[in-house]
Design a binder for this molecule. Structure first.
Ligand code: PLP
Length: 400
């Protein structure tokens, strides 16, 4: 009999992957499904990036690279960091892994163990709590309500910090809410952290090029340079350049932390793919034309989804400031009855009802730690968004 380790028994498969799998399965069974669960750009990787990868293959860049990533890639990352944060990071402060996901996992693996708390504002990206659990730590969820724009307040943060707190994880723009922390928002957070030197800050900036407001995204290290020595900035090329399958992410911050992560990575993965690293150099240093074009498209799609969903009886939907998600409130449908007499008790029931009655796949707010809500991805065409939202409106109108 297979005996599983305790760390595996503590975690579950990613709910977003599970929801996408379910939608795919129903479609294969012949159902007409509108899939609004997908967390990756629907665009193809730009041609120039693909060509750089082909050229790398032909030039023989097909071997192991240095554990923390190639020098050209780390130089390109350093230049981008300088642009976004104003901080000069050295190559020994940068590490590259197989996606932002692995950078976060490596970071927690290198720093979190039994008895350590990691603060996670909710709604959160589904993987943070399970990653902390896999490392043996305690995810401490801090609810961030819609009235505060789903953002962390100084009071809530202060109340959650204990001597065991190792990290605060901030994700802006947020998956799933699209909330963006302005420089002022960040300052309220960093002011609290300045009083608690045991707490490090992990920022997941993977959507930082997808911001709809006029202000360029702020970074905590420019807002509060006093935190540079305990802030780790996570990023990657997956979302910005439509490169989810290439698996390149990076982390930038204190050299001792990077060194520990590299030791771990040397035993676990050796390095990220050499070909993908060459492609990532082309992405970061090349023409950024598509990035700007896609931004406009995402913004228009978010506006369309918000406008349509706000006409659905029982739903209300804030506008999204970034990323490619909207997070409608479905409090108004809880307690109502479906046409076949089922009571909608929570957002999980609602999401199931949407799938069964109208064939729309979305993800329930429970997965993100704040209910009653659900997440819609707009990383799909306007036609699909319109079709999906119209089906949701129809499903809501059929409730009594
Ligand atoms: N962080 C957030 C908030 C995400 O939404 C995702 C992807 O869904 C990731 C990190 C991981 O991205 P990747 O591992 O593709 O770089």
């Amino acid at each position: 009999e297979l005996k599983l380790a305790a760390r595996i028994q503590r975690i579950k498969p990613s709910p977003s992957t599970a929801a996408a799998d379910r939608a795919r399965q129903l479609r294969e069974e012949g159902r007409d499904i509108v899939n609004l669960t997908v967390g990756e750009p629907d665009f193809d990787t730009p041609q120039s990036i693909k060509e750089a990868a082909c050229a790398a293959i032909m030039a023989g860049e097909t071997k192991y690279t240095a554990v923390p990533g190639t020098v050209p890639l780390r130089k390109a990352i350093a230049a981008r960091m300088k642009l976004f944060t104003g901080v000069d990071y050295g190559l020994d402060q940068i590490t590259v892994s197989n996606g932002g996901k692995q950078v976060i996992f490596n970071t927690l693996m290198a720093t979190v163990g039994k008895g350590d708390d990691v603060l996670i504002p909710a709604p959160f990206w589904v993987s943070y709590p399970d990653m902390v659990l896999a490392c043996g730590g305690n995810p401490i969820i801090i609810p961030c309500v819609e009235e505060d724009g789903f953002k962390l307040t100084a009071e809530a943060l202060e109340a959650a910090i204990t001597p065991n707190t190792r990290w605060l994880i901030l994700n802006s723009p947020s998956n799933p809410t699209g909330a963006v922390y302005t420089a002022e928002d960040l300052k309220t957070v960093t002011d609290v952290l300045m009083r608690h030197p045991q707490v490090w800050l992990l920022t997941d900036d993977i959507y930082d090029e997808i911001v709809f407001t006029d202000a360029r995204i702020a970074s905590p290290v420019s807002v509060e340079p006093g935190l540079i020595d305990r802030t780790f900035l996570i990023n990657g090329v997956s979302k910005t350049y439509a490169m989810t399958g290439w698996r390149i992410g990076y982390g930038v911050g204190p050299a001792p932390l990077v060194k520990a992560i590299n030791t771990l990575q040397s035993q676990m993965a050796s390095c990220a793919s050499s070909v993908s690293q060459a492609a990532a150099v082309a992405a970061l240093t090349g023409d950024q034309k598509e990035v700007g074009e896609w931004l406009k498209v995402y913004r228009k799609r978010c506006e369309l989804a918000v406008e349509l969903l706000n006409t659905a009886p029982g739903l209300s939907c804030r506008s999204s400031d970034g990323a490619f998600y909207v997070y409608p409130n479905c409090a108004g449908v809880i307690g109502k009855k479906t046409p076949d007499g089922q009571v909608i008790k929570d957002d999980g029931d609602f999401v199931l009802y949407l799938l069964e009655s109208e064939g729309v796949a979305v993800i329930a707010g429970t997965a993100y730690g704040l209910s009653p809500y659900f997440r819609i991805s707009v990383a799909t065409s306007e036609d699909v968004i319109r079709d999906g939202c119209e089906r949701i409106i129809k499903a809501c109108s059929a409730l009594s």
